[in-house]
Design a protein around this ligand. Structure first.
Ligand code: AHR
Length: 509
């Protein structure tokens, strides 16, 4: 029998809602077809955004959306994506399959999408192949209030008020597709670009994110943090006032994908054996070590902890589905993905004192997607359902909780804890626990104990299925959440059995 001990009186930090954020890149069928079909499409849409997808994402209450990449951001020239559609010049998306990029989804369309989703905007600015001036002008175009030439151009293009820009990324993967820079070079270029990417709307300054490490590249974190945080001449206080300082940075991006195999071919999303299953989950669980170690290095240069970790790309990366372009990164999504999502979000909740934002890759039709589309059809994935079930943690207070009796399970060389959890409390006092049982085969008996609380009003939701269970266009509701009533309220607390490969959200009101 395992035990979950919750101290409902010990409130820790607030869980930033942005940890439940998303990422949409001009890659494969994510933006075009997946989200944007254009106003003239037969697929029902509002201003070009497909209604079915927007409504499904509205249900998730997504807090923040990152765009336009990823690596695509480093090839993106914003001026090509504004103005009348017929005047926007097509370019080649040389990163993702050499296909034609129509530029029909640009700045105005992105903010339209954020408005339809009622979410924050995170624009990853191009640093790799754009000049300082190009970056500066994009920021001015988006946020400027007075009638400069660029602001007048924005108005002529249909947007009177400044767009609400919440986050900017100053480059993406600058150790790789952003220009293969070394850390010192990037840190000093960051200062220069960041300095000119000024806030043109002083009432609404945006937050700035530096390109951080890939996986366990601690050397990158060390050298970039040193370069960004070392004060050169004591002028930073004045610069901060004008939001102009080179070192004004609020986040460091971490990218981490988990795989069934490091080498190619990586293995399919729905066709795998026990070894691949546990290797994927072990690889997903490794993110906890990365969060701890990267944060420790960051604290050396930022003792107050003002620069947070932003895990702005994460998720499971499998072999692309047969018959699809290898550059489009289209993969199915099974209960194994639900385990990856629940485990990762549980880990992020537990470390939400260090993490301010995370963005799963990617929203539609790419990598570990929420939604898959085929023509005018759309399905939601097990990952989508996990995000929906875990919504109550957003902006809630993490509370102290710990598991007893957890064991490592798996195969030789790939061992993972057999149960994960995180627990939070909303302002109204609702306690939410999310549990995920990683075992392919075994249920776990569990007692949930509280410090003082005698639970009375308990509700629960379960997502369960074989590890390879998934939704298809023929059977879209094969894996969907259901009410879970198989628990008992006892003198000790709540007694339940967590089935194999299940995710359960328990709510105590
Ligand atoms: O998400 C797909 C790609 O993975 C992104 O473009 C890039 O940033 C990362 O390497």
């Amino acid at each position: 029998m395992k035990k979950l001990i919750i101290n409902e009186n010990k409130k820790l930090n607030q869980i930033s809602e942005d940890i439940y954020g998303h990422f949409a890149e001009h890659l494969g069928r994510c933006i075009y077809e997946g989200i944007f079909v254009g106003k003239d499409s037969d697929i029902p849409n509002v201003n070009g955004m497909r209604t079915d997808v927007v409504e499904a994402l509205q249900e998730l209450e997504i807090p923040v959306l990152r765009w336009p990449g990823g690596c695509f951001a480093e090839d993106y020239h914003w001026k090509e994506g504004v103005g009348p559609l017929e005047q926007r010049k097509p370019v080649i998306n040389s990163l993702w399959g050499g296909v034609l990029e129509s530029n029909h989804f640009g700045t105005h369309e992105f903010f339209e999408l954020c408005e339809q989703l009622d979410c924050k905007s995170y624009v990853n600015l191009n640093m790799g192949s754009a000049s300082v001036r190009e970056m500066q002008e994009w920021v001015e175009y988006m946020t400027g209030e007075v009638d400069s030439e660029l602001v007048l151009q924005r108005k002529a293009n249909g947007r009177e008020e400044p767009f609400e820009l919440d986050y900017v990324g100053i480059g993406n993967e600058m150790w790789g597709c952003g220009g293969h820079m070394n850390p010192e070079h990037y840190a000093s270029e960051f200062r220069r670009y960041n300095n000119f990417a000024r806030t043109y709307n002083w009432n609404a300054p945006f937050r700035r994110i530096a390109s951080g490490p890939n996986r366990g590249d601690y050397d990158w974190t060390e050298r970039v943090m040193k370069g960004l945080m070392t004060n050169h001449d004591g002028r930073d206080e004045i610069d901060d006032y004008y939001h102009m300082t080179g070192s004004n940075v609020t986040g460091l991006a971490l990218h981490y994908y988990c795989f069934p195999k490091m080498e190619h071919p990586r293995g399919y999303a729905t066709d795998f054996d026990g070894g691949e299953y546990y290797r994927t989950l072990e690889s997903a669980a490794h993110i906890e070590e990365l969060v701890i170690k990267h944060s420790e290095i960051m604290r050396k240069y930022d003792p107050e902890g003002e620069v947070k970790l932003m895990v702005d790309e994460w998720g499971a990366w499998y072999q692309t589905e047969d018959g699809t372009s290898p550059f489009f990164l289209y993969q199915q999504n099974a209960m194994r993905c639900a385990q990856v999502a629940a485990m990762t979000l549980n880990i992020f909740n537990k470390h939400s004192d260090k993490i301010d934002m995370a963005n799963i890759a990617q929203t539609v039709n790419v990598l570990q997607a929420m939604i898959l589309t085929e023509g005018d059809k759309m399905i939601t994935t097990p990952t989508y359902h996990v995000f929906n079930m875990m919504k109550p943690h957003k902006n809630a207070s993490l509370i102290e909780s710990r598991l007893e009796g957890v064991e490592k399970i798996g195969v030789e060389g790939a061992q993972v804890a057999d149960l994960f959890e995180s627990t939070s409390r909303t302002r109204k006092g609702v306690i939410t626990t999310t549990l995920n049982n990683t075992s392919m085969t075994n249920a776990h008996e569990l007692v949930v104990e509280f410090a003082e609380l005698k639970p009375e009003n308990v509700t629960a939701t379960i997502l369960v299925g074989a590890p390879d269970a998934h939704n298809t266009f023929e059977n879209p509701e094969n894996v969907v959440p259901a009410d879970f009533t198989d628990f008992e309220i006892t003198d000790q607390g709540i007694k339940l059995t967590v089935p194999a490969c299940a995710v359960i959200t328990l709510q105590v009101k």
